[in-house]
Write a protein that binds this ligand. Structure first.
Ligand SMILES: [Zn+2]
Length: 122
């Protein structure tokens, strides 16, 4: 949970270096442009954000299901609550569910069966 909050905080800081360049609010599509700063040690890039499809060109949004800096910029621009774009997978109940399965320790290697090649089920 702390990692998620830390990631969101980092993304929020990076979002301060981005602006919404143009948008199509009806289709919830936005173009977010990085602001050239001395800290940005590469050419500024632009990213397409499709909010209703949970898509950003940076791919972080799709991969982590957490708002990336560009989605945060769009949310701020559009006065949308960020929490809408945090996947329910990160809810406390779901995290607890993931760990409710009991894990059995692996026995000492002396108890392992000797390797006899691949076994195919027929
Ligand atoms: Zn992004």
């Amino acid at each position: 949970m702390k990692d998620i909050i830390a990631q969101l905080h980092k993304n929020e800081q990076q979002s301060a270096m981005c602006i919404v360049q143009c948008y199509d609010r009806q289709n919830s599509e936005f173009e977010v442009q990085e602001i050239p700063t001395p800290q940005l040690r590469r050419r500024p890039m632009s990213y397409k954000v499709k909010l209703n499809k949970w898509w950003c060109d940076c791919r972080q949004f799709q991969a982590l299901k957490l708002p990336c800096p560009h989605v945060i910029t769009v949310c701020s621009f559009s006065h949308l609550q960020l929490v809408i774009f945090v996947s329910p997978l990160y809810s406390r109940i779901n995290i607890l569910k993931a760990y409710e399965i009991q894990f059995h320790p692996v026995q000492n290697q002396n108890y392992w069966s000797p390797y006899t090649g691949l076994i195919y089920d027929t």
